[in-house]
Design a protein around this ligand. Structure first.
Ligand SMILES: N=CN[C@@H](CCC(=O)O)C(=O)O
Ligand SMILES: [Zn+2]
Length: 486
């Protein structure tokens, strides 16, 4: 029996979902089928923010009779899960790209009309489309000629401008780059903090945050400083990623951009990491047709790895680029997207224990064929999930990502939860401290007001009605007192 004092006791929960209980660093398909769950359980967190005990409520009660607790939460009728881990976000940016979403929606409508128009009506619907889209886009773009150039792409494609057509027409990432370059550090930090707090309220307690809307040294450093400031001012855990190769900046060739990253950006970032000005954990490249090819991606990722950064990069999203083979060869911890990964690539990732960070929101919003999660699971790949929060996929909610993973990618609810906890932590090289409720790990919990944990996945949206507490290192960082008993 122990009579010392502790930071937090969460007691009498209907379910405590540990996810795993034997120190696993990740779970592959078979291990995901039966997550470790304690019925009528309690969790004890020490003043150091680490889990000191987790198990049946009656045993915890008798074992710690006489102990003192700074805070006691009675979780009767509620469920406790590990804090959610978001393995892929682009949360530092300025500008508003709602017009791109409008274009997609508008164009799908006009493309249906277009398909059924006879020649006479077609001219009218075409000019209507030009007028409509130019009104929408000119409101949001700096100049009318940008709007017109976008409209030309958009209207030529009537069936909906693809992501890369918008990108190549100067929209997408390039639109955000121009606004992020001109934003102040404080403006970027204010935006990041409000987005991270929104993610926290949706149950995320550890999140990967990328740079990548500067594409040149000063703005990439500005973004990495902003991520550092957020790490020092918010309780949420942050894994910082340098993504200076997110796109080829306007006015440069891919070769010139690669040279600038290798000769200018990475050396400066290395110096600032060494001096303690920056903390950067991972390196990322958008390896894609029309962006960075396999050779440039290899050079940049290898240079980042040689600096001690983990590799978590965008691969095989829109075209099969053989990114999976490259990532496996380089010992990448994670490859994200993978909508177009090949069977050989999947096998290479399984052998190399390179995790697949799947992003169902982007596949959904861009109407891509969803990543083949079941083939990856069956091949033994470590599957993780991420929100891919960015101006193109504006989703802060890992519960919605888990729901989409089940509906679009046919993952089970236990697989989706493991992919959003222990496996996402693995993708960030943090599964020794995060991703499950085991003694010695960080005391990050989400308490939901439901009799079964699966409600966190099954209910779609509106999680503010379900999530009662979010806890980081044993401190309550979000409480929704309005959540009533079901
Ligand atoms: N594909 C590249 N990067 C992001 C999108 C970034 C943006 O469109 O601003 C992604 O992962 O989806
Ligand atoms: Zn991304």
């Amino acid at each position: 029996m122990s009579a010392s004092s502790f930071r937090l006791l969460v007691k009498n929960a209907t379910q405590v979902v540990l996810v795993c209980r034997n120190g696993e660093k990740y779970l592959t398909r078979d291990g995901m089928q039966t997550l470790a769950v304690v019925e009528n359980g309690s969790v004890l967190i020490g003043h150091d923010g680490l889990i000191k005990a987790v198990g049946p409520a009656d045993i915890i009660e008798s074992q710690f009779k006489g102990a003192k607790f700074d805070n006691v939460l009675d979780a009767s009728g509620m469920c406790v899960i590990p804090g959610l881990v978001d393995a892929h976000t682009h949360p530092v940016w300025a500008g508003d790209r709602v017009h791109e979403f409008a274009m997609k929606v508008l164009l799908s409508f006009y493309s249906i009309c277009f398909n059924y128009c006879i020649l006479y009506y077609m001219n009218i619907s075409l000019s209507l489309c030009v007028r409509e889209v130019s009104i929408l886009t000119s409101k949001h773009l700096n100049t009318n000629n940008e709007a017109l150039s976008l409209c030309s792409v958009v209207c030529v494609q009537l069936a909906g401008a693809t992501y890369m057509e918008v990108h190549e027409a100067g929209g997408g990432i390039h639109f955000t780059v121009s606004h992020t370059r001109s934003a102040t550090e404080q403006q970027l930090l204010d935006g990041l903090q409000s987005r991270l707090e929104r993610m926290m309220r949706a149950g995320t307690t550890l999140v990967e945050c990328k740079s990548g809307y500067g594409l040149e040294l000063d703005t990439e450093l500005k973004m990495l400083r902003v991520i550092n400031s957020a790490r020092n001012s918010l309780p949420i855990g942050i894994s910082a990623t340098y993504c200076g190769a997110h796109a080829v900046p306007k006015g440069k060739t891919m070769e010139e951009a690669t040279q600038d990253i290798m000769a200018v950006q990475l050396p400066k970032i290395k110096m600032q990491i060494a001096s303690g000005e920056l903390q950067v954990d991972n390196i990322d490249v958008f390896c894609e047709k029309g962006v960075f090819d396999l050779n440039s991606t290899h050079c940049i990722l290898k240079a980042g790895k040689d600096m001690g950064l983990n590799i978590n990069f965008h691969g095989d999203e829109l075209h099969p680029m053989n990114s999976a083979h490259l990532g496996a060869e380089l010992g990448a911890l994670a490859i994200s997207h993978l909508e177009e990964v090949t069977d050989d690539g999947i096998a290479a990732m399984a052998r190399a224990k390179t995790s697949a960070v799947l992003l169902p929101t982007t596949a959904y919003i861009l109407r891509l064929s969803p990543p083949r999660a079941r083939d990856m699971l069956d091949a033994g790949v470590i599957v993780a999930l991420g929100s891919d929060f960015n101006p193109n996929a504006y989703c802060c909610s890992m519960p919605m990502v888990m729901h989409l993973a089940c509906v679009l990618m046919k993952m089970s609810m236990p697989e989706a939860l493991a992919a959003s906890t222990i496996n996402a932590a693995y993708a960030l090289n943090r599964s020794h401290t995060h991703g499950s409720l085991e003694i010695g790990k960080q005391g990050d919990l989400v308490i939901i007001n439901a009799p079964r944990w699966e409600h966190l996945v099954y209910q779609f949206g509106g999680h503010q009605e379900l999530i009662r507490y979010v806890i980081i290192k044993g401190e309550v960082v979000y409480e929704n007192a309005k959540v009533l008993n079901l």
